[in-house]
Design a protein around this ligand. Structure first.
Ligand SMILES: C[S@@+](CC[C@H](N)C(=O)[O-])C[C@H]1O[C@@H](n2cnc3c(N)ncnc32)[C@H](O)[C@@H]1O
Ligand code: SF4
Ligand code: SF4
Length: 327
């Protein structure tokens, strides 16, 4: 089912049918290594949320857009206009997702019902621990019991409306402190009707998939879920496809290019100048050329700092546009 869902992004013809627009960069939690909570002046995203009016105008002016990914650097459910965004999207045949992640600690009943009623397509819950004690070590200020309660309410509405949407998946960042709970994930996910679980390496490097012991790898394999080793297999490459197939836009309209561009914007505002203009702007074009290996990134421009770019450069293996069949 998730597989089919991802195919939505692959139907593309010249102009992208998908964009990422950050719904809200604000968050109520304080996860230790979150780049948004560190007051780093180099992070250019800022604190704010997508205004319904801007979203509505954007969809009206760009009728070829069919899919919008809303999650990026904050918690989408803190956007006070999210209900209107979800309802409007449904009424205008836009597929909404929050696959980068949500902490799902604070969601009103009205929104929980709207997610089902208006067929929000897919959600990734960031849950790294199956007990509250473990969960709270990283998700500071969060409470796993609230998350569970919200997922149960969501499932109640899914039954009420007899809907498969939203499709539910869970991301588990493997830290030293939660590795012992991997063996309980299968039961946890089944109980909450979560259809897919994938694992992620932590940014601080304390766990590397390559160094996991045999027992843990067996436990991961025993989950028998579709994308259980999602990040190992695709190595996060889709973020470099983003400038081609799902350009990332900040909540205030600034074009970021991809979801890793937290330190550089591309100096053009999509809400002010229009998407077509923005996608053809010099910095955006340059970014696409850089990841195709046709231009060298330098320290004043995008990508040069990014681990994916460094890896591509080291191996002299860049994005081959011809390989992206869905462009
Ligand atoms: C900044 S968060 C914003 C979305 C949402 N608030 C959440 O946490 O899922 C974006 C993604 O980064 C992930 N993330 C947060 N801390 C991380 C860490 N230390 N290592 C790897 N990924 C992390 C989140 O789980 C989420 O998938
Ligand atoms: S829940 Fe997400 S956005 Fe919020 S602090 Fe944690 S990682 Fe950052
Ligand atoms: S190399 Fe560039 S396009 Fe690819 S993920 Fe990094 S910043 Fe984004």
């Amino acid at each position: 089912m998730i597989n089919k869902f991802w195919q939505i992004y692959r139907k593309i013809n010249k102009l992208p049918k998908s964009v990422g627009i950050e719904a809200c960069s604000l968050c109520q939690l304080n996860c230790r290594d979150c780049y948004m909570r560190k007051n780093d002046p180099n992070v250019i995203i800022g604190n704010g949320y997508l205004k319904f009016e801007n979203y509505k105008n954007f969809i009206r002016k760009n009728p070829y857009i069919k899919n919008v990914e809303l999650s990026l650097a904050g918690e989408i459910f803190l956007n006070p206009e999210l209900y209107e965004i979800i309802k409007y999207s449904y009424e205008n045949n836009i597929n909404l997702t929050a696959l980068n992640g949500v902490n799902f600690n604070t969601v009103s009943d009205k929104l929980l019902e709207a997610l089902v009623k208006y067929e929000f397509k897919g959600i990734t819950f960031s849950i790294d621990g199956v007990t509250n004690e473990t969960y709270q070590i990283y998700r500071q200020g969060g409470n796993l019991n609230n998350v569970i309660e919200n997922i149960e309410k969501l499932n109640f509405y899914k039954e009420k409306y007899k809907s498969i949407y939203p499709i539910l998946q869970m991301q588990y960042i493997i830290f030293k402190h939660n590795i012992s709970e991997i063996k309980y994930i299968k039961e946890f996910a089944k109980k909450l009707k979560i259809e897919n679980v994938y694992f992620k390496e932590p940014w601080n490097g304390e766990i590397k998939f390559n160094n996991l012991d045999k027992q843990t790898l067996l436990e991961i394999q025993s989950l028998n879920m579709q994308y259980k080793i999602y990040d190992i297999l695709n190595n996060n490459i889709p973020s470099c496809y983003q400038p081609f197939i799902q350009p990332q836009i900040n909540y205030d309209g600034r074009l970021l290019g991809c979801y890793c561009s937290t330190y550089h914007e591309l100096n053009v505002n999509v809400f002010e100048k229009g998407l077509k203009f923005a996608l053809n702007s010099p910095r955006m074009k340059f970014m696409r050329q850089v990841i195709e290996g046709k231009e060298n990134s330098n320290n004043t421009l995008d990508c040069h700092w990014c681990e994916f770019y460094m890896e591509m450069k080291k191996n002299n293996k860049f994005i081959d546009k011809k390989q992206i069949k869905f462009i």
